[in-house]
Ligand binder design. Structure first.
Ligand code: C2O
Ligand code: CU
Length: 544
C-alpha cells in the first residue's frame, strides 16, 4: 500500500451563479474541491491550511479510520477547529473501503462549499468485479445558495426559524440550463460504445435526490464504498452523504442527452423541486439535444414507491473484492432510536420577536448540544464535564409513532449524551421515523463504521415480528441509511473500532437542530484493540 500527501489550501474565492457573485470558502480555489484518488488500503496525509477567516474541520466520509478517531474530523466531537492561520495534517487510514467516498468540512454549514470526491481504486494487484470501465467520472450533486452558508445557519439558529430551500442545485459546480441566468452546464464527453463508471456523490445540504440520464440504462455496482449485486435501472435515489457507483454504456445514437436530477421529498417542509441538468455528450455529435421525452423516466418528487422499489433492489455481493462479509446473526444490544423534529419555546430576542418558538430536532427526545471542548480528548484524558454517557437506548415512551400525535408529550431535553459500547459487541440500531414536526425521511450516518442494513418497513417497528423478516444473507453494507418517512430501518454491526464516533442525520438542517448523538466504543483487551495515540499538532479549543 502507498502513502500519499495532499495539501488543502482553504480560503475564500468568488463564484458567479444565478446572475450573482458571492464569496465562499473553498479548497484550492475550486468548487467542488480537489479529488483524492488513491488505491485500496493506502494511507493519505492531508495537510489542511486554514487561510480563511473562521475555524473549521474536515471529515473523510465513510473512511472507517481503524483505531484512529483523531483524524475523523467532526468539530467538537473528535477535534477542535483548525483556526485561521494554522494548519493540521490528517492521517486518513484506508482499510477495506473500495469505490467512491467523499470528504467535506464538518463544522456548521461549511460543507456546502468545502467538499470533494475521494476515489478508491482497486489495489495494484486487484481487479474490478466487472469488466474494467474505459473511464470514470465523478458526479457531485450540490446545493446552491445565494447567501453565505455560515450566515445562513447562524441566522437560522438565532431566529429559531428554518433555513429555506436552496436557490438552485448544481452538478460538479454547474447549475445547468433550467435557472434562466446563462449558467454553465456540466458536459460529460463520451465515446460511442465505451463504458463509464459514474461515481455519484450526494453532497446536497438537505435533499435526497433522483438522478437519471435520458435514454441510457444505469447499472448500479457499488454503494458507500462496497460492491453490490449489479442491477439495471432507469434512475437512482441517493441520500445526502451517500455515494453510488454506476456503469453506463454510451450505446445510443450519437448525440447529446440530458442528465437530470431532482429531489425526492417526503415531508411537509418546503422544498425546491426544480430539475437540474447536465449533458451526456457523445464526441463528434452534431445538432441539438435529444432530450425531453425521456425526462419522464425521472420519478416525481413525491414518488415514495420509486424510492422504496429502488432501495429494495440493493443487495450485498460476496465477490472476493468486497469487504469480508460479517453480519451479526445474534445481537448483544439493540438501541432503538425515535427521530423527531419539534418546536419549543425560545428565549433569545431575535427569536421571540418573530414566533416565540424555535425548531429543534431530537433522537429519543434528546436534542444534541455541541460541547466547546471536544469529546474525544475529554474521553481520552478522562476529564469530566464535557459529555455524559446516558443517551437513552429506547424512546421515553412507546407510543404510536406514525399515527396521530397531537396529544403527545413532546418534551425535548438538551444534552451531550453518548452511548457507550463494549469492544466488539454485536449491535443493532433501529431508527424509527415519527410524524412529529414535518415528519419525513432522514439519512442517518454513523462515523467509524460501515453497517449492514438488515431490515426496513413502514409503520411502527415491532421488536417481535419485524426481526423475523430481516435479511441476514445479503444485506447492503453502507455508512448512511435512508430512514423512510413513517417507517423504520434496522442496522447491525460489530463494535470493533474503538473510538468516539459521531452519528447524525445528514440533512444539515436537522443535524444543526440536534439530531445527533455519539457512540463511544471502549478499547478491547489486546494491544491492537485500543485507540492510537493522538497525532502531533491536534488543534486546541479556544475554550480550553
Ligand atoms: Cu458526511 Cu458526519 O458526515
Ligand atoms: Cu433528518
Amino acid at each position: 500500500a502507498d502513502v500519499h500527501h495532499y495539501d488543502f489550501f482553504v480560503r475564500e474565492a468568488n463564484f458567479t451563479r444565478l446572475c450573482n457573485t458571492k464569496t465562499m470558502l473553498v479548497v484550492n480555489d475550486s468548487y467542488p474541491g480537489p479529488e483524492i484518488r488513491v488505491h485500496r488500503g493506502d494511507t493519505v496525509f492531508v495537510n489542511v491550511h486554514n487561510q480563511g477567516s473562521y475555524g473549521f474541520t474536515i471529515h473523510w466520509h465513510g473512511v472507517k479510520q481503524p483505531r484512529n478517531p483523531w483524524s475523523d474530523g467532526p468539530e467538537y466531537i473528535t477535534q477542535c477547529p483548525i483556526e485561521p492561520g494554522t494548519n493540521f495534517t490528517y492521517e486518513v487510514i484506508l482499510s477495506d473501503e473500495i469505490g467512491t467516498l467523499w470528504w467535506h468540512a464538518h463544522s456548521d454549514w461549511t460543507r456546502g462549499s468545502v467538499h470533494g470526491a475521494f476515489v478508491i481504486l482497486p489495489a495494484e494487484n486487484e481487479t474490478y468485479p466487472f469488466r474494467t470501465p474505459d473511464a470514470d467520472q465523478t458526479i457531485i450533486l450540490q446545493s446552491w445558495y445565494n447567501e453565505d452558508f455560515l450566515q445562513l445557519i447562524r441566522n437560522s439558529l438565532l431566529t429559531g426559524q428554518a433555513v429555506g430551500p436552496p436557490n438552485a442545485y448544481a452538478i460538479n459546480g454547474h447549475l445547468g440550463d433550467t435557472y434562466g441566468c446563462n449558467d454553465t452546464i456540466f458536459r460529460m464527453e463520451v465515446d460511442y460504445q465505451e463504458t463509464y463508471l459514474l461515481r455519484i456523490i450526494n453532497a446536497a445540504m438537505n435533499e435526497e435526490k433522483f438522478f437519471s440520464i435520458a435514454n441510457h440504462t444505469l447499472t448500479v455496482v457499488a454503494q458507500d464504498a462496497s460492491y453490490v449485486q449489479r442491477f439495471a435501472t432507469d434512475y437512482i435515489m441517493i441520500s445526502p452523504g451517500q455515494t453510488m457507483d454506476v456503469l453506463v454504456q454510451a450505446n445510443q445514437n450519437i448525440g447529446q442527452y440530458y442528465m437530470v436530477m431532482r429531489n425526492f421529498h417526503d415531508s411537509a417542509a418546503p422544498s425546491n423541486n426544480s430539475i437540474t441538468t447536465g449533458i451526456f455528450q457523445y464526441r463528434n455529435s452534431v445538432g441539438g439535444l435529444i432530450s425531453n421525452a425521456s425526462l419522464v423516466k425521472l420519478p416525481q418528487p413525491d414518488d415514495t414507491n420509486a424510492t422504496n422499489t429502488f432501495l429494495a433492489r440493493i443487495r450485498n455481493t460476496r465477490v472476493r473484492q468486497n469487504p469480508r462479509f460479517n453480519v451479526p446473526r445474534r445481537i448483544n444490544r439493540r438501541v432503538y432510536i425515535a427521530i423527531s423534529t419539534n418546536s419549543i419555546p425560545c428565549t433569545n430576542p431575535e427569536c421571540v420577536t418573530l414566533t416565540r418558538t424555535r425548531f429543534v430536532a431530537a433522537l429519543n427526545n434528546v436534542s444534541f448540544e455541541f460541547p466547546t471542548l471536544d469529546i474525544l480528548q475529554a474521553y481520552y484524558n478522562r476529564s469530566n464535564g464535557v459529555f455524559t454517557t446516558d443517551f437513552p437506548q429506547e424512546p421515553p415512551e412507546f407510543y404510536n409513532f406514525t399515527g396521530d400525535l397531537s396529544g403527545l408529550n413532546t418534551n425535548v431535553t438538551m444534552g451531550t449524551r453518548a452511548v457507550t459500547l463494549n469492544y466488539n459487541e454485536a449491535v443493532e440500531i433501529v431508527f424509527q421515523a415519527t410524524q412529529l414536526g414535518a415528519g419525513g425521511s432522514h439519512p442517518l450516518h454513523l462515523h467509524g463504521f460501515s453497517f449492514y442494513k438488515v431490515g426496513t418497513g413502514s409503520g411502527n417497528f415491532n421488536n417481535v415480528t419485524d426481526p423475523r423478516s430481516y435479511n441476514l444473507v445479503n444485506p447492503p453494507l453502507i455508512n448512511t441509511v435512508h430512514v423512510p418517512a413513517r417507517g423504520w430501518v434496522a442496522l447491525r454491526f460489530f463494535a470493533n473500532n474503538p473510538g468516539v464516533w459521531f452519528m447524525h442525520c445528514h440533512f444539515e438542517r436537522h443535524s444543526s437542530w440536534g439530531m445527533d448523538t455519539v457512540f463511544i466504543v471502549r478499547n478491547g483487551a489486546a494491544a491492537n484493540e485500543s485507540i492510537l495515540p493522538p497525532p502531533p499538532g491536534m488543534p486546541v479549543c479556544s475554550a480550553a
